[in-house]
Ligand binder design. Structure first.
Ligand SMILES: [Zn+2]
Length: 291
C-alpha cells in the first residue's frame, strides 16, 4: 500500500489535498532566499538510542543521505565546469550524543509529530537578512497513519530536508526529491540536476570568492527554471549509500512488482507467448500421421 505525506519547511505550511498534475515541460524549483556563507557545512546527527522506537538503520540512512548530496555535488561540479566551485561545498556529518552548539545543521528524530500529514520539517534561524545561522531537521519515525519509517523512508526524508537547510524550497516535478509530498517507496530517491543547478545559484557567491562579502547579493526567494543547456537527470547513487537489502526483501519486491498492473500485463503476455511457442514446437516435433 502506498501512502502520501507532506514534507514542509518550517513556518510555511502549504497543504496540498492531492498530488497536483504538473506539465513537465518546464522543471522548476523555488529558492528560499537564504544562503550559507561558507562551504564546509557541519551536521550533527543525534541518534535516540534509548528510545524504544529507535532503529540503528535510521543513523545509516542519515549518513547515506548526506553522502548522496556530497557525491551529487562533486559529479555536477565535474560535468558542468561553469559551476566547478560547487565541488568546494561539502557536508560534514558528526554523530553526537548530546546537543552541542556551533553546527550548521542538527538532525533530530522524534517518535511522531502531532500535525497530521507532516513527517519531516526544517526550522531555520537566520543571522542577517539572508544568511543562515543554523537549521534543525526533525524527522518523525511514525506517521499519523501508523506507518513506521523504513531506512529508505528516512533517507528520502533526510535528503529532502537537507535540501531546505542549504536554501532550496520545493520543486514542481513530482519525481524530484524536493517535491513537497513523498510516497513511501522501496527505492531511494536521487538528487536531480535541477536541485544541483539551484544550489549552483545559491552558492554563486563562490565563483570568484572564498568569503561572502557585503557586496554580494543573495539570490532572492524566487522560482528557478532549468536552463536549456542542462538536461533534467538524476545523480547516480553509489551502492555504498543504498540500504542493504536482505534476500527476503528482494523476493518480496519481485512479487510486488509482478502484482503491479503494467508488469502484470507484460508477465501475462510473456507467459502466453512462451506457452504458444512451446505448443507449436511440440506439434512440429510430433510424428505426423499420413493417411
Ligand atoms: Zn519540504
Amino acid at each position: 500500500m502506498t501512502f502520501i505525506l507532506l514534507l514542509i519547511i518550517g513556518p510555511t505550511l502549504v497543504v496540498y489535498g492531492s498530488i497536483q498534475s504538473v506539465l513537465q515541460t518546464d522543471y522548476s524549483i523555488k529558492l528560499r532566499g537564504y544562503i550559507l556563507d561558507h562551504s564546509a557545512i557541519s551536521i550533527s546527527i543525534l541518534p535516540q538510542e534509548n528510545e524504544t522506537w529507535w532503529e540503528p538503520s535510521y543513523l545509516n540512512a542519515s549518513l547515506h543521505g548526506i553522502n548522496q548530496w556530497n557525491d551529487a555535488l562533486q559529479d555536477f561540479a565535474r560535468i558542468y565546469t561553469d559551476f566547478s566551485y560547487l565541488s568546494n561545498v561539502h557536508l560534514v556529518p558528526t554523530v553526537s550524543h548530546e546537543l552541542v552548539s556551533d553546527f550548521d545543521i542538527y538532525v533530530v528524530f522524534r517518535a511522531e509529530y502531532d500535525n497530521e500529514r507532516i513527517i519531516g520539517e526544517t526550522i531555520t534561524t537566520t543571522q542577517t537578512q539572508y544568511t543562515i545561522e543554523n537549521s534543525t531537521v526533525y524527522i518523525s519515525v511514525k506517521a499519523p497513519s501508523g506507518h513506521i519509517m523504513t531506512e529508505v523512508d528516512v533517507q528520502n526524508i533526510l535528503v529532502h530536508e537537507i535540501g531546505h537547510t542549504v536554501g532550496l524550497s520545493h520543486s514542481n516535478y513530482s519525481r524530484d526529491v524536493m517535491y513537497p509530498t513523498v510516497y513511501y517507496q522501496k527505492t531511494v530517491k536521487p538528487v536531480s540536476s535541477l536541485d544541483l543547478y539551484a544550489l549552483s545559484q545559491i552558492f554563486a557567491w563562490m565563483t570568484n570568492s572564498t568569503q561572502l562579502s557585503s557586496s554580494i547579493i543573495c539570490p532572492e526567494k524566487s522560482v528557478l527554471t532549468m536552463p536549456s543547456n542542462i538536461n533534467y537527470v538524476y545523480a547516480q547513487i553509489d551502492a555504498n549509500n543504498l540500504p542493504v537489502s536482505s534476500p527476503q526483501n528482494l523476493i518480496e519486491s519481485a512479487i510486488e512488482s509482478l502484482l503491479r498492473p503494467e508488469p502484470l500485463t507484460l508477465f501475462i503476455v510473456m507467459v502466453t507467448l512462451i506457452t504458444s511457442t512451446v505448443i507449436i514446437l511440440k506439434r512440429l516435433r510430433k510424428p505426423q500421421i499420413i493417411f
